[in-house]
Design a binder for this molecule. Structure first.
Ligand code: IMP
Ligand code: MG
Length: 177
């Protein structure tokens, strides 16, 4: 199998436990309010699905897509939106959901785009944070795990579209990239 030699960084169980923790934090922060989860396709789809089901508030979800890494490991520094949300964000509590923060360029761009819609508030949730790779400072409101500078796949995250359906998060060794 494709994933046989990949080291597991976080098991499905560890991920679920962390997602439950983040959901509980969101439940407290937005008690009595409704919110919209906006997931960044495709990597955040699975995280958003689990997070949205754990949260006990009135929540809807929507998706946004940006040009991705494709086969490259490095971000080009240029971001372009290829799919917008389908609902107005004016006056809404919005949580932008990302799989992983790397340079911070993508989330900075998306934050600016979404803030222009004048939501009531805009928070950022990211399952993984490669904090050591940051080029643009960003404030993460809900972070799952801080990880080292390693390329990870699984639980929605890909390398050239592969591995997204792995239930756990694994490290892709440099010789495979
Ligand atoms: P940034 O703009 O550099 O922060 O890029 C963030 C995006 O790069 C994430 O949404 C991922 O799609 C992708 N990315 C960064 N690191 C990884 C990784 O280790 N595995 C898979 N995708 C990654
Ligand atoms: Mg992504």
């Amino acid at each position: 199998m494709l994933m046989d030699n990949l080291r597991v960084l976080y098991t499905a169980g560890q991920i679920q436990e962390r997602v439950a923790g983040i959901a509980a934090q969101i439940d407290r922060d937005f008690a009595g309010q409704s919110l919209i989860f906006v997931g960044v396709l495709k990597g955040a789809a699975i995280f958003l699905g689990d997070l949205a089901r754990r949260v006990q508030l009135d929540a809807t979800f929507d998706f946004i897509a940006v040009t991705s890494y494709a086969k490259q490991k490095q971000s080009s520094g240029e971001v372009r939106m290829t799919k917008d949300v389908e609902q107005p964000l004016l006056g809404a509590n919005v949580i932008l959901v990302e799989d992983i923060l790397d340079t911070g360029i993508t989330i900075t761009y998306l934050r600016k785009v979404l803030l222009a819609r004048q939501p009531r508030c805009l928070k950022i949730a990211a399952l993984l944070d490669k904090a050591c790779r940051r080029q643009v400072p960003i404030q993460v409101d809900y972070a799952g795990f801080t990880i080292a500078d390693e390329f990870v796949v699984g639980y929605g995250m890909d390398y050239a579209e592969q591995y997204r359906n792995l239930p756990d998060i694994r490290v892709l060794p440099p010789e495979l990239i």
